[in-house]
Write a protein that binds this ligand. Structure first.
Ligand code: ADP
Ligand code: MG
Length: 383
């Protein structure tokens, strides 16, 4: 991929890039829709990356191209604004704009040529968007000499996604992509942005994490995601809390009385999911990864029944993996499509793969993409 991005850059712009940066997609092990509620998440970066090749320019023009598209988008730095950006280039150019909001001197910065090549599947719940944002954020931060730390670069990516793309997503994806380390998960407190990098030990314990990409595409800029976020905010308000982070299991009785049934179930998901993240991290530390399955399973049930963000394809992937011996399984990412994950002993991978494919075929669902992922390093400069 590093070569692909550098080659793509050379073919597109007719010269070699000055540098190449990359950032991974992520799998969220547990902690869904908790990030924008100031709660806890526990994602890890995967061994699929977005790679960005960057070249200098003498003027103040930014050009961006991608292996994913046939267009080159060109914009003058003076014209960079959320209103001026749309489509796929809102992600990379949105980051350039957002860097300005975090202190980059865009009035004096030189332009750049950018070329993106990504191997993170799009709309699969593995955050191809944050992979691009994080790679671009790291590249431009270094190239323009801004000097922001990684937690701040995560906020830059989030601002681009919120204000420029228009998706009201939390900080999890960018934090995972920027803060992760190999063979480890990022236990993130989304309120303080304190991150603990915790060894997962899947490989050492002979475990594989399979991703089942249902190929049901989602888009967070529309519909369900924003509605869930609004419910959480309404629930917190009704309970007199700043955010659902401040609501605990002991408050659920009162919540059941105060809230309508739907809002109550949205709240209950977030409250119990925060606890499951804490339980997963503690169990992982004390008993190893083979013991975390029940929390993954319970998380799925909560997303399916209380938060209602699953779809039949995700449920089928989860139940089939569980029925064939997985340690635990759940949908991952924002929901309404995307991927499920299943943790299992290595020897079960062929069985679970075969049975999930068979179950999907039997229902007449589109053939899912099934692949193992490793917990990989976060964003970095490659060359
Ligand atoms: P995901 O779960 O993959 O993050 P999103 O809807 O949040 O799904 O982001 C997907 C969007 O990110 C794509 O529609 C596209 O605009 C952008 N994107 C992803 N990969 C690339 C790429 N290789 N080149 C350009 N844009 C990309
Ligand atoms: Mg995304």
């Amino acid at each position: 991929m590093t070569t692909t991005a550098a080659q793509g850059f050379a073919e597109w712009y007719g010269r070699a890039p000055a540098g190449v940066w990359s950032a991974p997609g992520r799998v969220n092990l547990i902690g869904e829709h908790t990030d924008y509620n100031d709660g806890f998440v526990f994602p890890f970066a995967i061994d699929r990356r977005a790679v960005v090749a960057l070249g200098d320019r003498d003027d103040r023009v930014i050009r961006v191209a991608s292996s994913f598209s046939t267009e080159t988008v060109t914009i003058h730095l003076d014209e960079l604004s959320p209103e001026a950006l749309s489509g796929w280039s809102a992600y990379p150019l949105g980051v350039a704009w957002a860097l300005g909001r975090f202190g980059a001197d865009l009035e004096h910065a030189r332009g750049v040529d950018l070329y993106i090549a990504s191997e993170v599947p799009i709309g699969a719940g593995l955050s191809s968007s944050a992979a691009i944002e994080s790679a671009i954020a790291l590249a431009l931060d270094e190239h323009w000499g801004v000097g922001l730390d990684r937690a701040t670069l995560a906020k830059v990516g989030q601002l681009a996604e919120n204000r420029v793309v228009g998706a009201p997503t939390g900080i999890m994806d960018q934090a995972a992509s920027l803060l992760a380390e190999a063979d480890a998960g990022v236990f993130l407190d989304c309120r303080s942005l304190d991150a603990d990098v915790i060894p997962l030990g899947f490989r050492a314990d002979g475990l594989t994490l399979l991703v089942v990409d249902t190929r049901v595409e989602h888009a967070h800029a529309s519909g369900g995601y924003a509605a869930r976020r609004a419910s959480c905010e309404a629930g917190a308000r009704a309970l007199g809390a700043d955010s659902l982070r401040d609501v605990g299991s002991a408050d659920l009785g009162r919540a059941a009385e105060l809230l309508d049934d739907e809002t109550f179930r949205r709240v209950r998901h977030v409250v119990t999911e925060n606890q499951r993240v804490l339980d997963t991290v503690r169990t992982l530390r004390e008993h190893g990864p083979g013991a975390i399955g029940p929390f993954l399973d319970a998380s799925h049930v909560s997303m399916r029944d209380d938060f209602e963000i699953s779809v039949p394809e995700l449920d089928l992937a989860v139940t089939t993996a569980q029925a064939n011996g997985a340690i635990g399984a759940r949908m991952t990412g924002g929901g309404f499509g995307g991927s499920a994950i299943a943790l299992m002993v290595d020897a079960l991978v062929p069985v679970v793969t075969r049975e999930v494919l068979a179950a999907f075929a039997e229902r007449g669902y589109r053939e899912p993409g099934i692949f193992a992922v490793q917990a990989d390093q976060g964003a970095r400069r490659d060359s």
